[in-house]
Design a protein around this ligand. Structure first.
Ligand SMILES: [Cu+2]
Length: 129
């Protein structure tokens, strides 16, 4: 089965800038893909951890109705089609370490305001080797 609707948002974020640090110019600069499920009233996983400079591609699907996915303060806001109608794809590079809240941006019911999670950008070189 393939996705029917695919909203691709190559997010240009003030906080999570799309930038490739002048290293690895290899063609294999593939983003790490994380499948995210949205359903009343939560995202799973609700915590997404990315290393600073790492490229990430979130493929967000709904398990029920339409939802939204917004990264607070970052300008990212996409619509997640309802179950079976495909995924919303958000790509970005975590350029600035920190914790960023993401939340549902489309009213989906009584628990809408609690539908959120956190995106953690870990500083590079913090705990390697
Ligand atoms: Cu909602």
């Amino acid at each position: 089965m393939t996705t029917t609707a695919r909203a691709v948002c190559a997010a240009a974020l003030p906080i999570l800038l799309i930038s490739t640090p002048g290293a690895a110019p290899s063609q294999g600069a593939a983003a790490r893909v994380i499948e995210v499920t949205a359903e009343r009233f939560e995202f799973w996983p609700s915590e997404i951890v990315v290393a600073q400079g790492e490229q990430l591609e979130l493929r967000i699907r709904s398990d029920d109705t339409m939802h939204g996915f917004r990264i607070v303060g970052a300008g990212t806001n996409v619509l997640i089609p309802k179950r079976g109608k495909g995924a919303a794809v958000v790509r970005f590079t975590g350029s600035t370490p920190g914790r960023y809240t993401f939340e549902c941006s489309r009213m989906c019911g009584a628990g809408h305001n609690f539908m959120r999670g956190v995106l953690v950008v870990r500083p590079a070189g913090g705990e390697t080797r």
